[in-house]
Design a protein around this ligand. Structure first.
Ligand code: CA
Length: 239
């Protein structure tokens, strides 16, 4: 297989895909959140439109999922205001009504797509992926260090043109380390960015996953790709 060889400077150094979910029904929010996290997305939740606006103004989201029926400001108004504030992340609107007028209103307010509740999670994920793909089509999708290549679109990893099969968590860990190449990432940073969890609850897991990752991407240890900085964390070395 042929991989475009680009200098690392030209690569997109953004963090993993980050999604804002604005949904007041906690059960639904929790369900969507879990599903998205299981699919390697970083998720923030706002239970009100106002909170959603605040978060969207502070953080650069790759996608915003916006429920229409919200207490206080509804999703249509929030969507219009986000666009007025030049928040240009793709917006996926969730609506409980299948009426055409509602869908038209959603799209007119600046949403890129909509989904009628109740929806199948498979379809939801497919739409999320499509919106993200559209968003990043222009961007470079490959991260490369030596002969190690990570494709951020297909989530595949190659070493010397041979595919290395990683679990979703291993992939996220490697992606995070490649985005921070030659910089020390602490175990706390890893727990927050890769696991979305407090450090205390998963501190033991990180070492295990680092070990798995080393075995897969650098089995002979001849390059010492991932180095341990004792008492601090790890660094993925480019040379
Ligand atoms: Ca709602």
């Amino acid at each position: 297989m042929v991989i475009k060889n680009r200098g690392f400077d030209s690569l997109n150094r953004n963090k993993a895909m980050r999604i804002l979910l604005v949904e007041d029904e906690k059960k639904i929010a929790r369900f969507i959140e879990r599903g998205l996290r299981a699919n390697r997305y970083v998720v923030d939740i706002a239970y009100t439109g106002e909170n959603g606006m605040e978060l969207a103004e502070i953080n650069p989201y790759d996608l915003i999922i916006l429920d229409i029926m919200l207490p206080g400001k509804d999703g249509i108004t929030i969507c219009q205001e986000l666009r007025e504030y030049k928040v240009d992340a793709p917006i996926l609107m969730l609506t409980a009504k299948s009426a055409v007028a509602e869908k038209v209103l959603a799209l007119q307010s600046g949403a890129d797509d909509y989904l009628v509740k109740p929806f199948s999670f498979e379809e939801f994920l497919a739409r999320v992926a499509a919106l993200l793909r559209r968003q990043r089509r222009e961007k470079t999708s490959f991260l490369q260090i030596g002969d190690l290549v990570l494709d951020q679109v297909s989530h595949k990893v190659f070493k010397a043109d041979k595919e290395i099969v990683l679990t979703p968590k291993e992939y996220s860990l490697l992606e995070y380390m490649m985005l921070n190449v030659d910089q020390v990432v602490t175990r706390v940073m890893i727990s927050e960015h890769v696991w979305n969890e407090d450090f205390d609850s998963i501190s033991n897991l990180i070492d295990v996953f680092i070990k798995h990752l080393r075995n897969k991407i650098d089995p002979t240890r001849d390059k010492q790709l991932i180095q341990t900085i004792r008492g601090v964390g790890y660094v993925l070395k480019s040379k």
